[in-house]
Design a protein around this ligand. Sequence first.
Ligand code: HEC
Length: 237
Amino acid sequence: MRDKRNLSRVFIVAIAATILFACRHNLDDLINGGPGNGGGTPPVVTNCSPDSVYFVNEIMPLISSNCTMSGCHDNITHADGVNLTTYTRIMQYVVAGNAGNSKLYKVIIKTNGDRMPPPPMPAFTTEQKAKIEKWINQGAKNNSCTGSCDTTVFTYSGAVKNIMSGKCAGCHNPSNLGGNVDLSTYNAVKASALNGSLYGSIAHQPGYSAMPKNAAKLSDCEIRQVQKWVNAGALNN
Ligand code: HEC
């Protein structure tokens, strides 16, 4: 009797360990860069063209920081049955080439309480909405580009602000203060820069939570831009 019970306990522990391992594995893929599109088919990588919008560089980070945080459209909660953690899943809400008919676009341009991200979260900015619209109208490709980042550009307005608003502020604004950290204004970003946590978190230094949370690490070039800006005094330049 007792043996039987022990045996079933061992069995349950083994199953739990397998599940845990499988989940961690996915998470690690995601955190350690994977293809940067949430997993699945790798994106097509080309040199950056200023006329194109790239899924891995701009769209996935916007969605990871505004839609797939815990309690929303992540693997665990999938609020309203919607899971937006990978390119393939996102494409369930996109009609390639037709933003106007794409649920993903329609919900972000709503002006009532049904809009996404839902109030009191800030709405996407006009520029961010236009990015998503353009990416869909250009065919909603699973694409990625290299070569658009320049480490000699490291001003707040020329580099840091864009990284913050595209990849961080959705989880770090007054109505969604991840870790009690605000990165939605210059003064707030400066505070994190000066206490060391901004660089520590994006460089994945020991002692800091690795950021962006549950998403691909920033590129070496982006990390360097932030580092140079911090070292130069985190100016509002
Ligand atoms: C999906 C939501 C999410 C995204 C995206 C995100 N963060 Fe965070 N961040 C959090 C949460 C939640 C915490 C609290 C610690 C934790 O849970 O790991 C946090 C903590 C932090 C901290 C405090 C770290 C420490 O150890 O003191 C900093 C700094 C930070 N984030 C910066 C950033 C930056 C910079 C980006 C963009 C490159 C970013 N975060 C993107 C959710 C996010």
